[in-house]
Design a protein around this ligand. Structure first.
Ligand SMILES: Cc1cc2nc3c(=O)[nH]c(=O)nc-3n(C[C@H](O)[C@H](O)[C@H](O)COP(=O)(O)OP(=O)(O)OC[C@H]3O[C@@H](n4cnc5c(N)ncnc54)[C@H](O)[C@@H]3O)c2cc1C
Ligand SMILES: *[C@@H]1O[C@H](CO)[C@@H](O)[C@H](O)[C@H]1NC(C)=O
Ligand SMILES: *[C@@H]1O[C@H](CO)[C@@H](O)[C@H](O)[C@H]1NC(C)=O
Ligand SMILES: *[C@@H]1O[C@H](CO)[C@@H](O)[C@H](O)[C@H]1NC(C)=O
Ligand SMILES: *[C@@H]1O[C@H](CO)[C@@H](O)[C@H](O)[C@H]1NC(C)=O
Length: 500
């Protein structure tokens, strides 16, 4: 009798657990595609993350909805339990638990992959399941493009929610400034269209607000006429002389931005086991040839490799895919600095670079370690354009030119994560101290607002806390409206909004 009652209880418990498990319920009650663990498709999807560590976190299953209604159905089912879950687009954010999950379902936006060009309205409807090289390819014959990623392999979904820095940002602003409309599945499973006139606070909050407000199932983007472009890479040896010259050139380029159709990323890379130390520049010009002079200060430094040429925009994006090396664990981090003057530039820029060299040296025995730093110009003109298009959460002002620094450490083994984590924090933490020191010493503008760039942020960085107070308050009030029970806040990873 005792045994019998125990058995009934055990069966009842098993049934209730089964009813609450999202993966099983979705499979039993809907037509949504479910990839079960240990299947080939599941493993293939897990191998698509940029960082192998994220791919090693094992979701209970992977759900691949095809419509907003299917996403809404998943959200309803998730309310019947308390499982953690994650939303993944391109999987290029290397922070664990941002687009990956260890137990609980992973919602992949892969099948939400429309790219629909409308010539009359000059817009493109883009699903979050695309990568930017796919978008470029699909738009190629239209003579139009959208403001998107600089490296083709990056996903649309996460990139646009982190504002999105593009080669075209000096022409058109952050990528998010060209989002006209979002289709979003909210925590209460309703599907809403969000624009400047419909849910305007949410519209603003999504422009650099990450995954805190809902699952975006489609973006309506402004399209811009697009022909062939010029671009590619320059590579330099990182000798002390060339390093000083490149740092001076990127500073000058940011201040005297020679042409708004030009874009650059200036990266230095150290492979510590081989002592290989190089600079790699990504150059872009929105036209078949840059006018005389635009990139001269870089070319004059004497690159050892120069792959720049006239090509289709889609080819430039997929060509930049060479830089996406799979098979390593990645960490990413960022800091923002005001641009030093021409006179103070050599000292300030060199101090930043030297600090990076010093800290990255502490990781030299970590197997497979590659350290990189990117200097990304953020001239004030981008802020002017952003404001004219309605603004965004970062809300940069056009009082200052800035440089957004992006850091990567990549390595082979999870067991080295903690050591690299410490180095990453020491790298950007040191930058912040260096910047503060120069601000106090009068070499850098002391009143400059220095928010962090979400897309390059390391998980402990205080993205929301570094926004202007009014933008933080907006994020808090929108969250209170659309996520009163903390559905996204408590059950997914990502940069979270600090409570009031
Ligand atoms: C090689 C490389 C190059 C890069 N170049 C650039 C660049 O040029 N400019 C730039 O701005 N950034 C760049 N980044 C950074 C990149 O934008 C971010 O890592 C971004 O988060 C990646 O987008 P994803 O769609 O691949 O993201 P994922 O890793 O899939 O997702 C990132 C975050 O967004 C959330 N998310 C994704 N889709 C949705 C959705 N539909 N609804 C709600 N939440 C969602 C996820 O939950 C997660 O928290 C680059 C990164 C790499 C690795
Ligand atoms: C859900 O799970 C979290 C984390 O495990 C826990 O803190 C919270 O209390 C749970 N909520 C409910 C309603 O069970
Ligand atoms: C600085 O930039 C301006 C504008 O592009 C250019 O004319 C000038 O030659 C540059 N100076 C140096 C030292 O590179
Ligand atoms: C980059 O694009 C090329 C050309 O479209 C493609 O063959 C390649 O697989 C892409 N690389 C990655 C890492 O996605
Ligand atoms: C869902 O939430 C939104 C935002 O708070 C609200 O406008 C809408 O009325 C809610 N829908 C339902 C069905 O409760």
């Amino acid at each position: 009798m005792t045994l019998n009652r125990f058995m009934i209880w055990a069966v009842a418990l098993a049934a209730s657990v089964a009813a609450q498990n999202t993966c099983e319920t979705v499979e039993a009650q809907t037509a949504i595609k479910v990839l079960k663990s240990f299947t080939i498709d599941y493993n293939k999807e897990q191998s698509q993350y940029w960082s192998t560590f994220s791919g090693d976190l094992k979701p209970t299953c992977i759900l691949e909805p095809e419509t907003s209604e299917e996403v809404a159905a998943i959200v309803s089912i998730l309310h019947k339990n308390n499982e953690t879950f994650a939303i993944k687009s391109g999987g290029h954010n290397p922070n664990n638990h941002f687009a990956s999950v260890d137990g609980g379902p992973l919602i992949s936006t892969k099948r939400l992959n429309e790219v629909i060009f409308n010539a009359d309205s000059e817009t493109v409807r883009v699903g979050p399941g695309n990568r930017w090289d796919e978008v470029g390819e699909k738009l190629d014959k239209t003579g139009y493009t959208v403001v998107g990623g600089r490296i083709g392999n990056v996903g649309v979904g996460g990139y646009l929610l982190g504002n999105g820095l593009s080669f075209m940002s000096t022409e058109y602003g952050w990528a998010s400034n060209s989002v006209i409309e979002y289709t979003v599945v909210l925590a209460n499973s309703s599907i809403v269209t969000v624009s400047e006139t419909s849910h305007p606070d949410l519209w603003m909050a999504l422009k650099g607000g990450g995954n805190n407000f809902g699952i975006v199932t489609s973006y309506l983007l402004q399209a811009y006429p697009q022909g062939d472009v010029w671009g590619g890479n320059l590579e330099f040896e990182a000798t002390p002389e060339k390093t000083a010259a490149i740092l001076a050139a990127v500073r000058n380029f940011t201040e005297n931005y020679p042409d708004k159709k030009a874009g650059i990323i200036v990266t230095s890379e150290r492979t510590l086991s081989t002592l290989l130390n190089i600079w790699i520049l990504f150059l872009y010009y929105n036209g078949p040839e840059p006018p005389q002079g635009v990139f001269d200060s870089f070319l004059a430094i004497g690159p050892t490799i120069n792959t720049c040429k006239t090509q289709r925009y889609a080819d430039l994006l997929s060509g930049n895919n060479w830089s996406v090396l799979k098979g390593s664990i990645y960490t990413i981090g960022t800091e923002t600095m005001p641009l030093p003057s021409k006179e103070d530039g050599p000292e300030v820029m060199q101090a930043i670079y030297d600090h990076w060299v010093k800290v990255s040296d502490t990781t030299k025995f970590v197997p497979g370690l590659i350290a990189s730093i990117a200097f990304q110009p953020m001239p004030r003109g981008i802020a002017t354009i952003s404001k004219s298009k309605g603004g965004d959460m970062m809300d940069l002002d056009d009082q200052h030119d800035r440089i957004i620094i992006e850091l990567d450490y990549s390595f082979y083994y999870k067991s080295d994560f903690d050591q690299v984590d410490i180095a990453m924090r020491a790298t950007y933490g040191g930058f912040q101290s260096i910047v503060k020191g120069y601000q106090q010493g009068g070499l850098l503008a002391s009143d400059a607002y220095l928010p962090l760039f979400m897309n390059d942020g390391f998980y402990p960085q205080d993205y929301f806390g570094r926004l202007r107070p009014e933008k933080l308050q907006l994020a808090q009030s929108v969250q209170a409206q659309v996520d009163p029970d903390g559905f996204w806040r408590d059950r997914t990873g990502g940069f979270k909004i600090p409570s009031k």
